[in-house]
Design a protein around this ligand. Structure first.
Ligand SMILES: Cc1cc2nc3c(=O)[nH]c(=O)nc-3n(C[C@H](O)[C@H](O)[C@H](O)COP(=O)(O)OP(=O)(O)OC[C@H]3O[C@@H](n4cnc5c(N)ncnc54)[C@H](O)[C@@H]3O)c2cc1C
Length: 550
């Protein structure tokens, strides 16, 4: 490793170029700030995209290779943590949005005030968000239009007010969506087109999405699927003020003797080490890597990690476990035109989202149907995995099955956390993130109830057999890593303020999924991007003038 000349200082350095980081880069550069983005992963080009399931799902092309970038997991402090690929999220330019499912629902108004609604739930650390839906709404709308989305305004009867509809019409209904809609209507429930990060009509020079199964877990060789890679990053680069460096791994945030952040230390792909100085640092490494980086950034002023005087960095981690019921059908339920609809979700329901205490739990989740899985990796409990029996199962079940899933609206619990593993290091010799997590009793009650309900819907749809697939523990199977740098007004119980600025370091910000004060029961990326835009606006209006005054 050599140290070469450090690059020129800039206004802002952003760690990570995923959902939060790329949004901030777009907003700040379009307003005239000079920004350097440091992304540890590669910059994939359209020619890297394909439907190669083995490459994408089995050979760690997009997931962290656990030999190079391990994480460890344990259920509680008494257990020894074991190496896993917990919450594998693509580490590439575009971050998790590059290979995602693209579901972009808005939060419900109730999500912002769970503490007011439910009080002090024993064993949980429920709080209200310091902001309201009304404050976020203008930014939801901006992201929906700038990012490129599809949906039908007003179709979700539970959604709060919106100032504008979607830029493109809803995505086409798959055969599985139709099956779900019929069953839900039979049971007196409502459904609506899944708001999607895709454009379904020509939009701002982009071609519409062409229906295919290689959706979730695959990047799009075209421009129909929205990601920050094809929308916000090109916007920021077009300003000439976004210097995005891929394959650059940030290992430390540096602070001066005045307690302000001065920049970051990073290694490029050749192992050369640099310091990028900046007026401000925005951390957007994701809900696991961000607390890890803060905890690794120790100094005499911040011996327990940067911005961690309250000890709250990494705590209250939630992970939205995905659980489901599988329905097996006697007849094929696949669209003859689109044989393999893959993980493309066209319809969903909010009918079980709001709390109904007669169910025996509080909170609820978005539910949505999908195919059972990818052709090689599909599975359900008891499916033979090898030989003629596996082939028989492929033939008998693959085109005869669907599942209805849910996202666990998990309770924040202070002891559920991300910290540094004292024993395990990554290939760069740095301590890895250790996840300690035990689900709250409400999580189990909510999950069991919803999976059973999803089974009833499958029966109403005509399934001859229903297999519930319940969680035993959290596995990080949604890559929704939330809450580890909690946003709040009280510095003793949160890490960042209502503008996602560190309570302790005035020019340090966290704009990724870590800021969520509570989990919600929906996919988080639209909210991450809307919030990043809101907080970047605050930098432009207020904070940047303070930096210059010093
Ligand atoms: C298969 C899949 C499907 C998904 N489907 C959906 C969906 O349908 N809807 C939805 O809302 N969400 C979905 N998600 C989740 C969504 O992608 C994430 O919640 C979202 O991308 C998180 O945004 P973020 O800004 O917090 O972090 P990310 O988008 O993960 O970006 C963080 C970036 O920071 C980089 N980084 C981390 N540490 C460092 C470091 N030290 N130095 C330099 N760079 C660093 C990482 O490489 C990464 O690129 C899905 C995720 C996956 C994996």
């Amino acid at each position: 490793m050599t140290t070469k000349r450090n690059p020129e200082p800039v206004d802002v350095v952003i760690v990570g170029a995923g959902a939060g980081g790329a949004t901030a880069a777009k907003v700040l550069t379009e307003a005239g700030l000079k920004v350097v983005g440091l992304e540890r992963g590669p910059w994939l080009k359209p020619e890297h995209a394909s439907g190669d399931e083995l490459k994408y799902l089995n050979r760690n092309f997009i997931w962290q290779d656990p030999k190079l970038k391990p994480r460890t997991y344990r259920q509680n402090d008494q257990e020894e943590a074991v190496i896993t690929n917990f919450s594998a999220t693509p580490q590439v330019v575009g971050g998790g949005t590059t290979h995602w499912g693209g579901m972009v629902p808005r939060m419900a108004e109730s999500d912002f005030k769970l503490r007011s609604l439910h009080g002090d739930v024993p064993g949980a650390s429920l709080v209200d968000w310091p902001i309201t839906y009304d404050e976020l709404e203008p930014y939801y709308t901006r992201v929906e239009w700038e990012f490129g989305t599809s949906g039908l305004a007003g179709a979700n009867k539970w959604e709060a007010w919106r100032s504008r509809g979607y830029p493109t019409k809803p995505s086409p209904l798959s055969q599985i969506g139709r099956t779900f809609a019929t069953a839900m209507a039979k049971m007196g429930h409502s459904t609506f087109p899944m708001p999607q990060g895709m454009v379904t009509e020509p939009y701002r020079g982009r071609e519409p999405f062409s229906e295919n199964g290689f959706w979730q877990q695959y990047p799009d060789p075209g421009t129909g699927k929205s990601s920050t890679l094809i929308s916000f990053i090109p916007d920021a680069i077009a300003t000439g003020r976004y210097d995005l460096r891929s394959d650059c791994y940030v290992s430390e945030i540096l602070v001066g003797s005045d307690g302000r952040a001065t920049g970051v230390r990073y290694q490029d792909e050749d192992g050369d080490e640099f310091v990028q100085y900046a007026e401000a640092v925005i951390v957007c490494g994701g809900g696991i890597e961000t607390p890890r980086l803060l905890l690794m950034s120790t100094s005499s002023l911040f011996p327990d990690g940067l911005g961690n005087g309250s000890g709250m960095v990494g705590k209250n981690a939630t992970f939205h476990q995905y659980s489901f019921s599988v329905g097996l059908f006697d007849k094929e339920i696949h669209d003859p035109l689109y044989g393999w609809a893959g993980h493309y979700m066209s319809l969903c329901s909010f009918d079980f989202y709001e709390t109904d205490e007669s169910r025996g739990h509080i909170l609820g989740s978005l539910i949505f149907p999908s195919m059972i899985g990818h052709p090689i990796n599909w599975s359900f409990p008891g499916r033979p995995s090898w030989g003629p029996a596996a082939k028989d199962a492929d033939r008998d079940f693959f085109n005869h099955s669907m599942k209805i899933g849910m996202l666990l609206h998990d309770m924040p619990v202070e002891s559920n956390r991300v910290d540094l593993d004292p024993n395990v290091k990554d290939a760069w010799g740095l301590p890895v993130a250790r996840i300690t997590h035990t689900p709250h009793a409400n999580d189990f009650a909510h999950e069991r109830w919803q999976v059973a309900k999803n089974g009833e819907i499958l029966e109403a749809a005509g399934a001859s057999k229903v297999i519930p697939v319940n969680m035993e523990r959290i596995t990080g199977n949604t890559s929704h890593e939330l809450g580890t740098a909690r946003m709040g007004d009280d510095p003793s119980t949160s890490v960042v303020d209502r503008w996602c600025r560190s309570h302790e370091v005035p020019n340090l910000y966290v704009f990724d999924a870590s800021f969520f004060p509570t989990a919600t029961g929906i996919n988080p990326a639209l909210t991450i991007m809307a919030n990043a835009w809101r907080c970047a606006d605050r930098i432009l209006q207020v904070d940047r003038h303070d930096w210059k005054k010093r």
